[in-house]
Design a protein around this ligand. Structure first.
Ligand code: ADP
Length: 549
């Protein structure tokens, strides 16, 4: 359907022939017909296009998708792409929904499906409390491994809201989860990376050879240094960061620290009845979180996020206008929830949990009408029951449901970083809600509290089959990116269609960071074959202005 840029059909056919020789015909899919763009659900995800398309189904689409069987095939494919000047877009599972899924930024790129065949859990080390994984290992796979090997009493993983994505892909995108190990990049340790010229590096302690390894084996098969997954930084400049949200390497192995079973667990929900008490809640949270009395990555969720998991829009209202405060109060009352709902957990043996709970409860009691619940108090509350699993690292897919808020539901995430202050939270809430309402969308969102900041995740749900609805969602997110930058707020991650725009907001000192990124890109990928345009970084052989969206 779409050829790679500047690639005539004969050249593409020759490339495909050679790539089939590398990884077998069965591992090469050419995207030739519109029917191949029919997949539209997370659980059976498309690997050739963005299922939550904003600019038409065939805007972000691959020319072919190739699934290597091992690291040496990845290296050969990368070299072939250099020979043919064909852009390559790596992905692990392709469930990066809300940010573009498996789709490439440059239409006609060749998708590199790392997850199909390279999906082994290479190691789980109980004493060191870590795992070493290939790209195709999902959160569900790693959790199931612990269960099947009777290791859950020793080790837990950390999971994002949906457990079907890969540990490696989520970490390289700097995604988050909700246990004390919620910052996935912080908890990764050691990478093996194929660079854009096809060479292979191990980062951190992995750069130091294991004296017992067999040097006659290919590098990727050699035993690694025994401290590779124990100490992140090794010696010299720390490289791992440049392989996240990046177009500088294909990560083919990654270490991830696992949480030692804390010896006791209790999740909870605190309901906050008044909309404006978001301010008070955030002021209460900051000192507790920064001092780690709040041990995990907790969330304050807007009533409509919880409501949308439990029913679609039509089940709550006939109105085609954004829900009013009075209607939101009614929904909250009906669901026995607050306008904001705080989900956290206590970890450790009972005396520790009890002491922590007393502090948490006392602090939140300053909010008028706040109520405190354990999962056992509300067995029918789907969200509380789901968070109870998520906060102990058990993967689920229940939260997929909120995307069905509208018919043909798709979503974009607008994800600015906020200070953990009541003023910042209220200002971001007011801004994002009012922009949504300007085009008739309901505000659906959550504040995820990291160590010293909040990821404010606004879920912009739209009807992907209605071009008007797509247009509105696109307008809201573009406008919000500008609004936010004017106030000094920036996004931590974004959809393919907004990457240029967000990158331009990080413009301090005459775009010094972009200049640095381009210089590194030029040095490592002079032919510009790896993920051109990813996060707004265009190789020198692309005219950035022409490609900009
Ligand atoms: P998930 O595993 O959550 O489904 P994806 O596979 O969709 O995530 O990957 C999301 C994005 O992360 C990709 O579009 C790509 O930019 C980046 N990515 C994923 N896997 C890798 C990898 N192995 N090496 C480099 N970048 C990757």
């Amino acid at each position: 359907m779409r050829l790679p840029p500047n690639t005539p059909l004969e050249k593409f056919a020759e490339f495909i022939h050679l790539v089939q020789e590398i990884c077998g015909r069965e591992n090469v899919e050419i995207v030739a017909k519109p029917e191949q763009l029919s997949k539209d659900h997370y659980l059976d995800q498309s690997k050739v296009h963005d299922m939550f398309y904003l600019l038409g189904k065939d805007c972000f689409v691959s020319s072919a998708v190739v699934a290597p069987r091992d690291v040496s095939e990845v290296q050969q494919i990368v070299r072939l792409c250099n020979d043919f000047d064909i852009p390559l877009w790596p992905f692990s599972i392709g469930r990066n929904v809300g940010y573009g899924g498996a789709a490439p930024r440059v239409p006609g790129s060749v998708g590199l499906d790392l997850g199909k065949n390279m999906n082994k859990i290479l190691k789980v080390d109980v004493e060191g409390a870590y795992a070493l994984v290939e790209p195709g290992v999902t959160y569900a796979d790693l959790h199931n491994y612990l269960v099947e090997h009777n290791l859950r009493d020793k080790l837990w993983i950390d999971v994002p809201d949906l457990g079907g994505g890969s540990v490696l892909g989520n970490t390289t995108e700097r995604g988050v989860g909700y246990t004390p190990y919620g910052d996935h990049f912080m908890m990764h340790c050691g990478m093996e990376v194929v660079l854009p010229d096809g060479s292979l590096v191990r980062t951190g302690m992995g750069a130091l050879p294991n004296p017992n390894s067999d040097p006659s084996k290919p590098a990727h098969e050699q035993d690694a240094n025994e401290s590779w997954q124990l100490f992140n930084y090794g010696f010299g400049p720390y490289n791992d960061g440049i392989f996240t949200q990046s177009s500088l390497g294909i990560v083919v192995k990654m270490g991830i620290w696992l949480m030692v079973n804390p010896g006791g667990y209790q999740s909870y929900m605190i309901t906050i009845p008044k909309d404006e008490d978001l301010h008070k809640a955030v002021e209460i949270i900051r000192p507790l979180r920064v001092s780690m009395v709040l041990q995990n990555v907790p969330t304050i969720r807007h009533i409509l996020l919880d409501a949308a998991v439990m029913g679609n829009r039509a089940s709550y209202t006939n109105s085609d206008k954004p829900l009013t405060d009075a209607e939101l109060d009614q929904i909250a009352a009906k669901l026995n929830l607050g306008r904001w709902n705080f989900y956290g957990a206590l970890y450790g043996p009972e005396p520790i949990r009890q002491a922590m709970w007393q502090v948490v409860k006392q602090a939140f009691s300053a909010i008028p009408g706040a109520k405190f619940y354990f999962p056992e108090d509300q067995p029918d509350n789907l969200v509380l029951q789901t968070r109870n699993l998520t906060l102990q690292g058990i993967p689920t897919t229940t939260e997929l449901k909120w995307v069905d808020w509208l018919p043909n539901g798709a979503h974009l995430f607008f994800s600015p970083i906020a200070k953990v202050t009541g003023d910042d939270a209220m200002a971001q809430y007011q801004l994002t809600r009012s922009r949504c309402e300007e085009v008739g969308l309901d505000f659906i969102g959550t504040f995820i509290i990291g160590m010293r900041e909040m990821h404010h995740i606004v879920c912009l749900v739209f009807d992907r089959k209605d071009p008007e609805s797509c247009k509105k969602a696109h307008w809201v997110i573009s406008t919000l990116i500008d609004d936010a930058a004017e106030r000094g707020w920036g996004e931590y991650r974004t959809h393919l269609a907004l990457m240029d725009k967000v990158a331009q907001t990080y413009s301090f000192n005459d775009n010094a960071q972009m200049k640095l990124n381009r210089a590194i890109k030029q040095a490592l990928d002079p032919r510009g074959i790896l993920a051109p345009g990813k996060n707004g970084i265009w190789p020198s052989n692309y005219n950035a202005e022409q490609w900009e969206i």
